[in-house]
Design a protein. Structure first.
Length: 335
């Protein structure tokens, strides 16, 4: 589990769309003014909370968290949200999100199951203070947005429980279309068992395989011991999609300096380039063998600039073209 939260690059644009100046947010949060200029923004739990408290006060809009969490525009979907919407139902989606969060940040999703209902709660494992209301609103609104998208609007919460004192009740109940209970034991959104298991019309097994299966394998790898090479490959795979991660990017992902990572790799007899090529090869075999992704899509996911570069690299690895390898692999599995 990572000890930091990744702040998505899309947040800056979304804040501006809602009239919230990012520079003012960073100033009020006590965070570096250049934070959003970094290639990958990572923050501690305390910084995460400070950021969202500042968003709430800067927005001067009690519904800002609801708006950001309920964003329906596809261009704002993260890979995790795409995987969630492609799940079998909302219960499956929530469980997938929970597993992914265990990979990426000190947060977990807890499910509270009753006779005819299930509650979804976000828990910040390293929190030493109460989570900001705007962050709670965002998380729970985000879950409902997935349910609405997957069911084409047929999933509606039973109720929302909030630990805060009653305020903006009409806004909360209007947004979630259910009653709100304040000063509760937890912040959770409850659904009926029927709705939580309602099949998603957006279920897409092929896309799920492409986006989600590698994350599942990475999660499984965390339960056992990994040498340095395995840790670097896992960080590479997590950073690959659409770009070529550098030694500096991977070092940051692993919470060490680039110089330290380089020294440790040298001591272990490995090179960053070798591990990067091995990670790409393993990912290529996975995508070609377990999904129907087009070759140019695989090239993109592996960080190649064009499909021809991927074809040449794959032929050097396997001695055959991607198409021939996929055909042989499918035939072997069928036999």
């Amino acid at each position: 589990m990572s000890e930091r939260f990744h702040v998505p690059g899309s947040l800056v644009g979304r804040l501006r769309e809602h009239g919230v100046p990012p520079a003012v947010v960073l100033q009020r949060a006590g965070l570096p003014p250049t934070l959003f200029q970094q290639d990958r923004v990572l923050v501690t739990t305390a910084e995460h909370f400070a950021l969202w408290r500042a968003i709430g006060t800067t927005a001067n809009d009690p519904g800002i968290g609801l708006k950001l969490g309920g964003e329906p525009r596809l261009e704002h979907y993260s890979p995790t949200m795409i995987a969630a919407v492609c799940s079998r139902n909302l219960k499956d989606a929530v469980q997938r999100i929970g597993r992914y969060k265990r990979l990426t940040c000190p947060e977990e999703i807890r499910l509270h199951t009753g006779p005819d209902e299930m509650g979804v709660e976000f828990v910040f494992l390293q929190a030493t203070e109460e989570e900001p209301p705007v962050l709670v609103d965002l998380c729970l609104s985000w879950i409902w947005a997935i349910g609405r998208r997957g069911s084409e609007g047929h999933v509606t919460p039973l109720r929302i429980d909030l630990t805060r004192k009653a305020r903006a009740r009409d806004l909360i109940e209007s947004h979630f279309q259910c009653r709100a209970r304040f000063e509760s034991k937890r912040n959770a959104l409850f659904f009926s068992t029927k709705d939580i298991e309602r099949p998603f019309v957006t279920h897409n097994e092929d896309l799920l395989t492409t986006i989600g299966a590698q994350l599942e394998r990475e999660l499984s790898a965390q339960t056992g011991d990994e040498d340095l090479g395995g840790q670097v490959k896992r960080a590479l795979k997590r950073s690959l999609a659409g770009r070529r991660p550098t030694l500096q990017v991977v070092a940051q992902e692993m919470r060490m300096s680039a110089r330290t990572l380089q020294r440790r790799l040298t001591e272990s007899g490995a090179t960053f380039q070798q591990l990067a090529e091995t990670a790409r090869r393993e990912m290529a075999r996975h995508y070609l063998g377990h999904s129907h992704a087009e070759f140019h899509e695989v090239a993109y996911l592996l960080g190649y600039e064009d499909a021809n570069s991927f074809f040449r690299a794959f032929h050097q690895w396997e001695g055959v073209s991607p198409g021939a390898w996929r055909a042989q692999n499918v035939a072997t599995r069928a036999g």
